[in-house]
Design a protein around this ligand. Structure first.
Ligand code: PHE
Length: 520
């Protein structure tokens, strides 16, 4: 029996698990390979060269991992007792402690967790995915969008939520109908040849879909009010939402989110929590990572650097030929240093966003009562987006986010935040707000050793992927003598682990080029 490509992949997936299917798809050329781009560096170039790496987040870990391979003597100074930095997963038993002294104890069921920092890996982020492959971090699909999720707008449809598949497909149907009308009325005769007019009308009939008269009268793509079944159990289609309502409802942010280059399926997450990535690096690096090491001064000395730090209350120092510094710029402001004037100016002026997430444990009512599995939901007023879990589907309880953002909301007292967050769920899924339990709030502005989430002015999310980074960027990506600044902000992928990894690789390359030039 001939096997279709799709069946073949499904079978491979069953037999060998996800990675077998993944490798097979890659070998068939169906996905872009998450290969690490090799550095252009002679093996062993780092022998006899020492490097102080400040911060054990993704940038510092990648730098140490690559430099050790090249023979450099590396030390990571990490202020916390864990690696990962903003890559932070909270589970039952963990405590969230803020700089204001407030504490929250997490008491979620075993297996439940929330990634309060990064929580998705685009398939186009080949560096970080390449490290996951190399380090053996098991990945699963992160469902970044689901057509079954809900959108709500107080001002339209009586505030009743609508399902995303209906908004997307009805909007497309209406636009197709209007375009077909223009073509038939001759409005586009200047723009389309007679041939292309026919072809375009034919395309719109399928794309809309439109009926023989060129009207959009609804479609099964937009979903059913009653599902079809066996025998004579006929399905009933949703009645199309009219264009006026769709325009009114301003749903576009929600339905277009998944079109962004770095938000498109397929997205991934490590099975069990994002922190599996830094912990895999830390395992590979062993003694290279010094925990509870708080940097107190960054000095240039001779041709290298002298880093002062405390370890378990004891003052220590580390001399090295080079320094790779990944500490947040807003904290570097307060650490005595020998940076040159242009760097000090950028560091003094930069502003960090303070992204937050609010997460709750609940019965998986979205799965059990609404057939929604993962994805993002949006309301017109409230805690956007709601982010439903991709892990542990079909288990009894899960952890959802309501919501994830940055801005004025961060100033509300905690109980008001939680009340607003619960109201958001009530708007989208009336009657279920009360099922939310054990809320946890992480606002990165209050997290020790971060006090911010990402540099606002460098953010591609604000400025578009092609936009030039904010003022100061060009300074920060150049070394200040023996000191190289690394981190997501030193890349064109601000606020992504990929950016952190690429900036680290770049610094390894630049240092190695310099070492070679000095030896020549
Ligand atoms: N990488 C973060 C996220 O996925 C922040 C970000 C959001 C970056 C949107 C770019 C665009 O949520």
């Amino acid at each position: 029996m001939p096997i279709s490509r799709r069946n073949f992949l499904a079978r491979a997936g069953q037999a060998g698990g996800f990675s077998a299917a993944f490798l097979l798809m890659q070998s068939l050329g169906l996905i872009e390979a998450a290969e690490l781009r090799p550095l252009d560096v002679a093996p062993g170039i780092g022998k006899g060269v020492s490097v102080a790496i400040l911060g054990g987040g993704i940038a510092g870990l990648v730098a140490a991992y690559e430099m050790r391979e090249l023979g450099y003597a590396c030390t990571i100074l990490e202020a916390r007792s864990r690696s990962g930095g903003r890559n932070w997963t909270v589970r039952g038993g963990d405590t969230v402690e803020f700089i204001d002294g407030s504490r929250q104890l997490c008491s979620w069921d075993a297996g439940n967790y929330q990634n309060f920092g990064p929580a998705r890996l685009p398939s186009v982020h080949t560096a970080i995915l390449g490290y996951c492959r190399k380090l053996g971090v098991p990945l699963e699909v992160e469902v970044n969008t689901s057509r079954s999720t809900f959108l709500e707008n107080d001002a339209a449809n009586g505030g009743r939520p609508v399902v995303q598949r209906q908004v997307i497909n009805d909007a497309r149907g209406h636009v197709s109908e209007l375009l077909a009308k223009c073509i038939r009325q001759g409005d586009l005769d200047q723009d389309l040849s007679p041939d292309d007019r026919t072809r375009m009308l034919d395309f719109l009939r399928h794309y809309g879909p439109l009926d023989a008269a060129g009207a959009y009268v609804g479609s099964d793509r937009a979903g059913y009010s009653k599902l079809p079944g066996a025998g004579n159990d006929v399905g009933v289609l949703n009645k199309p939402i009219d264009m006026h309502t769709l325009l009114d409802e301003n749903f576009w942010g929600g339905i277009l989110f998944e079109e962004a280059f770095d938000m498109q399926a397929t997205m991934f997450q490590p099975v069990g929590g994002m922190d599996r990535i830094p912990y895999a690096f830390a395992r590979a690096l062993g003694q290279t990572v010094q925990y509870n090491a708080i940097v107190t001064a960054i000095r240039k000395s001779g041709n290298g650097v002298r880093i002062a730090y405390t370890h378990a209350g004891q003052a220590r120092q580390l001399d090295a030929d080079y320094c790779l510094c990944s500490l947040p710029l807003n904290l570097l402001r307060n650490i005595p240093n020998d940076f040159s004037a242009p760097y000090r100016e950028v560091i003094a002026a930069c502003e960090y966003a303070a992204a937050y997430k609010i997460a709750w444990e609940s019965r998986r009512f979205w799965e059990q009562d609404y057939n929604i599995y993962g994805g993002l939901e949006y309301v017109s007023q409230g805690c956007n987006p709601v982010w439903l879990p991709s892990g542990g589907m079909f288990s009894e309880r899960g952890v959802l986010v309501s919501g994830y953002g940055w801005g004025a909301f961060t100033d509300l007292p905690l109980d008001q935040k939680f009340a607003e967050s619960r109201r958001t769920i009530e708007r989208l899924h009336p009657g279920h707000g009360k099922e939310l339990q054990k809320p946890m709030y992480v606002g990165w502005g209050l997290v020790p050793f971060n006090q911010g989430s990402w540099i606002q002015a460098f953010s591609s999310s604000e400025r578009g992927l092609d936009a030039p980074p904010g003022p100061g960027y060009e300074t920060m990506i150049q070394p200040d003598g023996p000191i190289y600044f690394i981190g997501d902000y030193a890349s064109r992928l601000n606020a992504w682990q990929e950016g952190a990894a690429l900036s680290a690789q770049r610094a390894v390359q630049l240092v190695s080029d310099r070492v070679r030039a000095q030896r020549a």
